[in-house]
Design a protein around this ligand. Sequence first.
Ligand code: G4P
Length: 526
Amino acid sequence: MTNDFQREITRRRTLAIISHPDAGKTTLTEKLLLYSGAIRSAGNVMVGKHKATVSDWMAIEQQRGISVSSSAARVEYDDYILNILDTPGHQDFSEDTYRTLMAVDCAIMLLDAGKGVQEQTIKLFKVCRDRGIPIITFINKMDRPALDPFELLDNVEKVLNITAVPMTWPVGDGQDFRGVYERQDKLFHFFERTTGGMFKAPMRLADIHDEHIRASLGEKAHAKLIEDLEMVEVVLPHFSQDDFFAERITPVFFGSAITNFGVENFLQSLIDLAPVPQGMNASTGVIAPDSDFFSGFMYKMQANMNKSHRDRIAFFRVVSGKFERGMTAKHFRSGKEVKLNYPFQIFGQDREIIDEAFPGDVIGLSNPGVFRVGDVLSTGTDFTIPQFPRFAPEIYAKVIPKNGSFSKSFRKGVEQLGEEGVVQIFGDMHGSPIPLIAAVGELQLQVFQSRMESEYNEIITLERLPFTRTRWLGGDVMPASSTLTYALDEQGRKVVLFRSDWEMNYHLEQNKGLVLLEKPPEEVQA
Ligand code: G4P
C-alpha cells in the first residue's frame, strides 16, 4: 500500500452523534459543518432547523420536528475528513440507529447540561458499549441554567458506569457562561457577549488570574472558578487513550452549540481523539482497512431521498481498499458482479458524484433492488458480517389499499419501504396480495402510511393484528396446532406469529423438538 493511501485512511474519522431528542444533535451537526467547507454561508443554517437544515429533510420529520431518517455529513477541517452519520432521533427508529452505529468507529454522546443523562441516551450508550466503540461526551446548552459540572460528571458515571474525564471545564453557565478552560493546554477560550447578543471570537488566555477574566466574571464567580479548577486537578482523573479506546472512560467537553461556544475546539479534539477507520469483524476474521482489496457493507437503505431522483439509495461504508468510480465488485449474497458507476456523496437533499473513496467513507449507491441492509461488496475475500442487528417486531398490521387495487405503485411502495427498513414486510402464506407489516415502534407505522401516500400516491388502511412476536423455524418439527398464523419473510422463509410469550412457550412445551429462532436460521449460523 502506498503512503498516499495510508494517509487517506489516517486523515479520516467516522462518527455518529447519540442523544436524547432535543439535546441539540441537529444544531451541533450544523455547527460542526460550519467549520468545514461544506456549508459556506452561515446564514443557511442559522435560520432554524426546519427551514434550511442539512440533515433533516423528509416531510414527516418537518411536520413533527423529529429526525427519523439517517443521512451522512462530511466535515472537512484542517486536512482531516470527518464523516458524521446522522442517527434518527426518535426511539421508534432505534433499529435504524443501531445499524448506523455498525458503520462508525466512535460516537459523540450529546447531553443537555440542564438534564444530564436521559432515557434514550442510556439505550444508545448500551449499543455503543456492546459494539465496543469509544464514546466522547459533549455537554451542550451551557448558555442555559445548567446542573453543576461536578454533578453532571457524577451523573454520567453513576447512570452509565463509565468514568467521565473532563477535557474542558465550563466557565459559568446560563447568562454567565463565558467559555471553556482546556485542561491539557491550560488555556481559556474566553467569550464576550456583544450588545446584540452575539459573541466575539474567543480570546485564548493562559492565565486564570487574568484581570480581564476577573473583571468579566466578577470577584465571587472568579474565586469559585479558581477553586473548582484546583479541585478538578486534584480529584478528577486524567485522560488516557488506552482507557478511552477500552471504554473505561469518556472524555467530556462542555459547550453551547447554538452560540458556537466550545464547538471549534471540540472539533479539533474529535480529530485528535477519535480513532482512525477501524477494521471490520467479519465471518472470516478482521478485515483491515489497508487490505489490498476493496470492501464494505450497506448499513442503510433509503427510497425517494430526492423527489427529482426518485430512486433507492444504499448507504455504504467503505471498510478496506480504495473505491474507484466505475469499478466492479462482487455482491456476495446474490453472487453477482456489480459495476459501481454512479457513487455519490449525500448531503441533505443534494448529491455529488464522487470518483474515489477510502476506508471510513460513506458513499451512496443506487440500489437496483438487489441490495439489502448488511450486504457486503468486495473485490477480494468473500465475507459476511455476523452481528448485523435485526430487531424483533412487536406491532403488526395488514396493509389494505383504500381503493381496493393492489396496483403496481402499491406493490412498489411496500417493497421499497420494506427494503429501506421503515417497517418489516411479511407475505401471506396462501398467496393473498395483502401484505403484513411489522414494526418495533408505533411511529414506524405512521411514517409508512404517510410515505405510501406522499411518495407512491397510495392511500392505505392499516388493520391492526394482535401479534407481538415473530419466530423462524429452526428445525424440521412443526407446531401441531392448526390455529397458529404463519407468514413469509422477505426471502420467502416461513415464520410463525405469536400473540404473546405465553402462547409461544405453550407451543414449545407442547411440541418436543420445536426450535423457534429470533433470526432466520442462516443468520444464526453465520
Ligand atoms: P435534536 O436534533 O437533538 O433533537 O436537537 P436540536 O438541534 O433540534 O435542538 C433542540 C432545541 O434546542 C432547538 O430549539 C435548538 O435551537 C436548541 N438548542 C440546541 N443547542 C442549544 C444550545 O447550545 N443552547 C440553547 N439554549 N439551545 C440549544 P427549538 O426551540 O426546539 O427549535 P428551533 O426552532 O430553535 O430550531
